[in-house]
Design a protein around this ligand. Sequence first.
Ligand code: ES4
Ligand code: ZN
Length: 324
Amino acid sequence: MNTWLKALPKAELHLHIEGTLEPEQMFELAARNGVTLPYASVDEVRAAYEFSDLQSFLDLYYQGMTVLHTEQDFFELAMAYFARAHDDGVVHVELSFDPQPHLARGVALGVPFEGLERAMREAERRYDISSALIMSFVRDRPADEALDVLEQAQPWHHQLAAIGLDSAEVGNPPEKFTAVFERARELGIPRLAHAGEEGPAGYISGALDALDVCRIDHGVRCLEDAALVERLRSKRMPLTVCPLSNVYLRVVERLEDHPLPMLLEQGLKVTLNSDDPAYFGGGMLNNFIACHAAFGWEQAIFRQLARHALEEAFMDDERRSRLL
Ligand code: ES4
Ligand code: ZN
């Protein structure tokens, strides 16, 4: 089954590129850029990956990304991920990045945009992996700042497949970002948002109503509201579910307790994704393998999940029909 899961052409729709930073590369970039890390060794970093909730992870995630300084750093980060994704049988990656923490430490917007763009072109050449770029706003920062970043990013809007919304969810409801998302809509940029990861089902409805999103990242708490489930099903709204992430961040205690089988039973358009693979026990293939171990799904289920992702990917239709 593992060989078959590896060979299954997979599209990854929910991936934070800063969350692909492995400890070895963290040390390498820290040395190159003269950044002092609060860890003595790679093993010490890995030992710190014991999370009690989303915030305890975010603290390490923001700390880790401080080693990224130059276009070349972002290029190497993404290339290392594309190589691992290719090994996992991934044929398409939608990578999101968080410009605000980078800007806050003096890394100009063009640095991630140019470095990631170069890696995306190289991945196409080297691995025949297609990709799309998503710029995500961190919801625990002010909405005015997000709006300002959207305007500042104007020279790179043509590179963007979509904008997203991530970081600390509870206490930062989607409605806070209505004006930013309205502006993106005017600009013709598609919109996504994390919702219903730690936050309640009402944040998923809020993302649909206030932000006009075409995809919900996570969305696992939708099951708390039957009317919302019906709404998501009738719209065929994709949910980018991240099984191992949900275990590591204690959204569920064990994968066996995950609502994935129920989401599928409800007829929802579920996809499987890795979220922050360096922090959450591995990439796409590990997520697929873990679901097989936990739920015993047959090939038809995995085919359906992979088809959902290909159908919803920001990908040219000729390539899509070849892969479907
Ligand atoms: C994230 Cl798992 C998760 N949730 C919310 N925001 C994030 N940013 C990076 N990983
Ligand atoms: Zn995420």
